[in-house]
Design a protein around this ligand. Structure first.
Ligand code: SDX
Length: 429
């Protein structure tokens, strides 16, 4: 006998089925509630509302658990590579050697972008934020591949679009950086690994040889793995809802990049460093800024703290914090901003305001410090997040299309003016 929930409205009883997931998460299926009872539910920010059933990522905010296709993030961060994790998220299983070789080679063959795209870069104003550039460039890819407009094309065409996106994202990101620096762009070298190719395009110069530092490459690979997916977060939900209108994959991913840019979401990694530098420049008075973050009349928030789901530690933050210590130690970097971050975390987590609300450091709190140590400029931090999150967005889009989910169209409760007649100009006050 399947479980049900009974809702009593105006004295009438409505029975809704209970859905139970493989990790025993439970949901009340209200699909017929409006047609049966005329009522909808209301849940600002969808804090308590599921939008889909998904087999990609499982996370438990109370226990600090994160798994991609059942594999714990701790194991993947330690033993896997980003390109292998991308395959796992998109296709659902760890690749065998033949599958990994095919996937890596296919991605490797599509790293170039059409030369016409260089003119787009020249049109952006100096100082344009790379997230604005990246979102635009990814969307414009759809104009170079008109056949990719239809998301219901044969799987091999969908595969090609997915591989093109994964291949070209680092190229476009590095081009955005080089144009911002006024430096010549570096063409990809396909014999390099995914990460080494990206580092080469970012930091290489045509006037000298560029040697990839294995410490940097390893840290970058781990960071991209940790950012690869996070179930129905703001940007993944954006990708799914844009894709649900049957818009092409490039447009859906471009919308995801735009959503990620926000400082409450992926833009937090840039905002964290800017906050830590502000605290340092203000004399390092932690308590002053913690008090501001607690003050309801003050819009200041501790960036990098808190999470919609993790009300305990964010497992990614734990791994990144360790990697942070390791990378800075190996590189011999003594970054005063890291000292401020550690002190801030220590002071905040003694304060009942943060502990009572489960406001712990999230994935963005320490990632910016590592990116800084790796030589990534602050404005590129969220671009790094986007490169990491791309396979997750693609996997979410693919699952939505394969499950033939309906177009996303939430309802509302109208609270505006009731019916009134048009008022002629001479009657208006
Ligand atoms: C990411 O969803 C995902 O999975 C996202 C992500 C991913 O991988 O995709 O994990 C990546 O986006 C991480 C989050 C990065 N953002 C930040 O670090 C920005 C700072 N954090 C917040 O703005 C906030 O914590 C959110 C946006 C992350 C979560 O906000 P919620 O779930 O909507 O919680 P809320 O705003 O309702 O806050 C609950 C309470 C409120 O106080 P009370 O009304 O209960 O008194 O906590 C307070 C908030 O004022 N609060 C904070 C705070 N975050 C929440 N107070 C001070 N500083 C903060 N950072």
């Amino acid at each position: 006998m399947s479980e049900t929930a009974k809702i009593i409205l105006d004295g009438k009883e409505y029975v809704c089925p209970i859905i139970t997931g493989t990790e025993n998460e439970k949901a009340i299926d209200i699909s017929s509630l409006r047609s049966d009872s005329g009522h909808i539910t209301l849940d600002f920010g969808f804090k308590n509302t599921g939008s889909t059933k998904s087999a990609i990522t499982f996370l438990d905010g109370e226990k600090g658990i994160l798994r991609y296709r059942g594999y714990p993030i701790e194991q993947l961060a330690e033993k896997s590579t980003f390109i292998e994790v991308a395959y796992l998220l998109i296709y659902g299983e760890l690749p065998n050697p033949k599958e990994l070789n095919y996937f890596s080679n296919s991605v490797g063959r599509h790293t170039l972008v059409h030369e016409d795209m260089r003119r787009f870069f020249e049109a952006f104003p100096t100082g344009a934020h790379p997230m604005g550039i990246l979102s635009t460039m990814i969307s414009s890819l759809s104009t170079f591949y008109p056949h990719s407009q239809d998301p219901n094309r044969p799987m091999e065409d969908i595969d090609l679009t997915m591989h093109r996106l994964i291949a070209k994202m680092p190229t476009l990101a590095a081009m955005a950086y080089k144009f911002a620096m006024g430096q010549p762009t570096m063409y990809p070298i396909n014999k390099l690994s995914y990460i080494d190719n990206f580092l080469y395009m970012m930091f290489g110069l045509p006037v000298e040889d560029y040697e990839v530092d294995p410490i940097v490459a390893d840290a970058m690979d781990k960071l991209l793995i940790l950012h690869a997916d996070h179930e129905q977060n703001c940007s993944a939900s954006t990708v799914r809802i844009v894709g649900s209108s049957q818009a092409n994959m490039y447009s859906a991913i471009s919308a995801g990049i735009a959503a990620l840019w926000g400082p409450l979401h992926g833009g937090a990694n840039q905002a964290v460093i800017e906050m830590l530098e502000m605290i340092r420049n203000d004399g390092g008075n932690m308590q002053k800024w913690i008090d501001k973050a607690k003050d309801k009349n003050d819009s200041f928030r501790l960036m990098g703290f808190g999470h919609r789901v993790y009300k305990n530690f964010d497992p990614r933050a734990t791994i990144i914090k360790k990697a942070c210590d390791n990378v800075l130690d190996k590189m011999g970097i003594d970054d005063p901003v890291l000292d401020i971050a550690r002190k801030l975390e220590e002071v905040a987590l003694k304060d009942p305001y943060f502990v009572e609300r489960g406001l712990y450091p999230n994935v963005d709190f320490y990632s910016g410090i590592i990116y800084r140590a790796l030589g990534v400029p602050t404005e590129m931090f969220t671009v790094m997040f986007a490169i990491g999150r791309l396979p997750g967005w693609i996997a979410q889009w693919k699952e939505m299309i394969e499950n033939r989910e309906p177009i996303g169209r939430p309802r509302q409760v109208y609270v505006g003016a009731t019916k009134r007649d048009y008022m002629p100009m001479d009657k208006r006050s």
